[in-house]
Design a binder for this molecule. Sequence first.
Ligand SMILES: Cc1cc2nc3c(=O)[nH]c(=O)nc-3n(C[C@H](O)[C@H](O)[C@H](O)COP(=O)(O)OP(=O)(O)OC[C@H]3O[C@@H](n4cnc5c(N)ncnc54)[C@H](O)[C@@H]3O)c2cc1C
Length: 299
Amino acid sequence: MPWFNSSIAAIIPYFPKWMVKPFAKPYVAGIADDEALQIVQQLNKKGYAVTLDILGEYVNSQEEAENIRNAYSGLIQKIAAGGLNSTISVKLTHLGLALDPQLGENNILTLARDGRDNDVGITIDMENSPFTSLTFDIYKKALAIHHRMGTVIQAYLYRSLEDIKALDSPFLNLRICKGIYKEPPEIAIQDRRTINDNFVEMARSLLNGSGYACLATHDLTLIDRLEALIEAEHIPSDRFEFQVLYGVPMGNRLEELKAKGYTVRVYVPFGEAWFEYSVRRLKENPQIISYVMGNWFKK
Ligand SMILES: Cc1cc2nc3c(=O)[nH]c(=O)nc-3n(C[C@H](O)[C@H](O)[C@H](O)COP(=O)(O)OP(=O)(O)OC[C@H]3O[C@@H](n4cnc5c(N)ncnc54)[C@H](O)[C@@H]3O)c2cc1C
């Protein structure tokens, strides 16, 4: 039924929120942080590490940006108090970067201090290309405060291999992903196979240097290639981890990775902005529509 799923996915942004909620459920860990923290506990019990993300980007005021920063500070404290195996993931535009770069920087540096004081890791998500260099500059300042800071590098950007070399540091922690934004051909590879080749070369470069690699993909063929690289180059399992988004179907693959002694971290998003996020996920994977509907009729 792919045509049916794709047709529904195309019109879903126009549905009322109550109709979209059942489709959102597999991808979003609720609205309040306590709901999300329960999911973290469940995933931790199954042997998964987690990174928690408060959904949203591009705030409209300093007050809004500071509220998001405070929400993340509260989350850091709850992760530490609960002894949970979770980091947090943050978008700099959610902390005000697009409004005022200094505001975004001040907010993430405050979180870096909170992360350091509570021993909770923080990853700065990567957004679209106008923010790439700025994000790396801010990441370096945050890393000087808290050694458990990470950021993201996108395999579709031509510049990324060079960026890995330029960022080199004993505590470098980079999540490698393909990249989710639409970028022009002048700066970004458009062909999926070449993006995958670049992903593998970036992993090789990071693992041959001193960095820690977070291999974020659901592409099973790419995971095969990354595993082959790790085995061929005898990379110890404390130098890398695999990462996936909460709810994306992976068959048995995550269990298999864990059985090999590899860390698997699940990116768990939650919060008020669940509607926009879920619509994006459904457009990317319309198959989820028949899966959720199938479950309704089984009840
Ligand atoms: C943990 C994590 C963090 C990320 N952080 C960032 C970031 O900071 N910046 C950024 O630009 N991008 C980020 N991404 C997104 C990434 O760049 C890709 O766009 C996304 O992961 C899809 O690429 P893929 O490698 O999974 O391969 P694809 O070939 O695109 O996907 C493989 C298969 O997985 C399934 N699938 C993939 N993604 C989804 C999805 N979202 N929903 C449902 N099914 C899906 C599809 O069935 C698809 O056939 C992140 C991804 C992950 C896993």
